[in-house]
Design a protein around this ligand. Structure first.
Ligand code: C5P
Length: 424
């Protein structure tokens, strides 16, 4: 689930860090949106490290990505904890002067607020009226707890424990209710930034047949491609997943799955589809056996015979490069608007670091975005976490995500691709 965690300027902000942990550890993709006052209490590095994503407070950073609209539109759940009296007042009035208040106005998903403030502020008629307005509009308010406040005083106004907010938030999300009316309808998907777009994602490592029994393969698990397919579906896209590995049920139920084995079969599916967004997350074998034996290659027997067959390899097509060439050869503007994302598993070496090699590969492949995964001993393949650098062909800017769950990296990749459509 895509969660926006709004944090406002209260001393209880540190408890939101624990709440964030509860969300991320249960596999949710969380974007933290602190107000500038919140950053006076707990700084941006804490939120970035715990969420694996950059944080932003205003609406004038990363304007090309239109975050003030997109975050709210694509969220499955917005949680504000702690919510100060100031935030409750702004939300009740529909003000939109920073990223969090903009997000609250654009969100159509369930919204949960956990107020925290001094007892006098909480009990003030203005705050109580604002809370009543928000409740009427469908916002779930988690009642503040009573107890010791910041100073020596006690009373209602304490932020409840993170697990209480966590449970309330999940319950609100499970209710699947929109907050723009009393009517309970499922959360709308048609409004996502990729609504109406076709997206094709490749996943897994190709298998290149040696004979009817054996193949040449690689260690790719397909997890990154699955996460990207899910992230694109989250944003409203019609997704086709061309994969060598079987996706989990929660992904398969939301996308069209096309199972393939070899690079050549994958190539055929990719080139015939011509999707609006192509994400080549598969580990495509660069080589395949030049000849495939029609029956199982047998061991030979005989005194002193330890011979083994020699398998000659030939080059496989570079699907990504061909997809770029196919798009660029089309003069019509539709084809030019298509976005192509490539992946690269990179290590630094004597010639340059990961980014140096990634920039060179981006230029060589001609795609719009290159996602460079840092690889090394046991890193990336089959793991749930990795570090990725997102490079764009039209900018020197690099976004680094991680070490973070693949779902976070996938969300960042799909967001970046969606932002390219928005700015075209
Ligand atoms: O050149 P390299 O294999 O590092 O490039 C990786 C990127 O190119 C990935 O996006 C991968 O899916 C794609 N690729 C491809 N066809 C190949 C080899 C790689 O599309 N034969």
């Amino acid at each position: 689930m895509r969660i926006v965690l709004g944090v406002t300027g209260g001393i209880a902000g540190y408890k939101a860090a624990l709440l964030l942990r509860l969300f991320t550890e249960s596999g949710h993709d969380v974007t933290v949106v602190p107000t500038s006052a919140a950053l006076e209490f707990v700084g941006a590095p804490t939120w970035e490290a715990l969420s694996g994503k950059p944080v932003q407070t205003g609406v004038f950073e990363n304007v090309h990505a239109v975050p003030h609209v997109k975050l709210g539109q694509s969220a499955d759940l917005v949680v504000v904890a702690p919510a100060t009296a100031d935030l409750l007042a702004k939300a009740a009035c529909g003000m939109a002067n920073d990223l969090l208040t903009n997000t609250l106005l654009t969100a159509r998903c369930p919204v949960v607020m956990a107020p925290a403030m001094h007892t006098e502020m909480w009990l003030h008629p203005a705050t109580q009226a604002n809370v009543a307005t928000l409740r009427e509009r469908g916002v779930t308010i988690v009642e503040p707890a009573s107890g010791r406040l910041t100073g020596a005083d006690t009373g209602p106004g304490r932020l409840p424990d993170p697990d209480v907010i966590y449970e309330a938030a999940l319950a609100a999300a499970a209710s699947g209710t929109r907050r723009d009316g009393a009517e309970k309808v499922p959360v709308a998907r048609e409004q996502g930034p990729l609504a109406g777009r076709t997206v094709l994602v490749t996943a897994g490592g190709t298998r290149e047949a040696i004979d009817p029994v054996r193949y040449l393969g690689n260690r790719s698990s397909g997890k990154m491609g699955f996460a990207i397919a899910a992230a694109a579906a989250d944003l409203g896209a019609k997704v086709t997943l061309v994969t060598t590995a079987t996706p989990p049920a929660d992904v398969a139920s939301r996308v069209d799955v096309v199972m393939v084995e070899s690079a050549r079969a994958m190539r055929e599916k990719v080139l015939e589809a011509e999707p609006d967004l192509l994400v080549m997350a598969a580990a495509v074998a660069d080589f395949r056996p030049g000849e495939v034996a029609t029956s199982k290659i047998k061991k030979t027997h005989g005194p002193g015979d330890d011979s083994a067959p020699v398998i000659t390899l030939v080059r496989n097509p570079d699907i990504l490069a061909e997809a770029v060439a196919q798009r660029d050869a089309k003069a019509d503007s539709e084809a030019r608007r298509r976005v192509i994302v490539g992946f690269a598993a990179e290590t630094g070496d004597a010639d340059g670091d990961v980014l140096f090699h990634a920039r060179a590969k981006l230029a060589r492949k001609g795609c719009d975005v290159l996602v460079a995964n840092e690889v090394g001993d046991g890193v990336t393949f089959g793991q749930d976490e990795s570090t990725a650098h997102l490079l764009r062909a039209d900018s020197d800017e690099v976004v680094t995500v991680g070490p973070a769950p693949k779902s976070h990296i996938a969300a960042a990749v799909v967001d970046l691709a969606a932002s390219i459509f928005t700015t075209q």
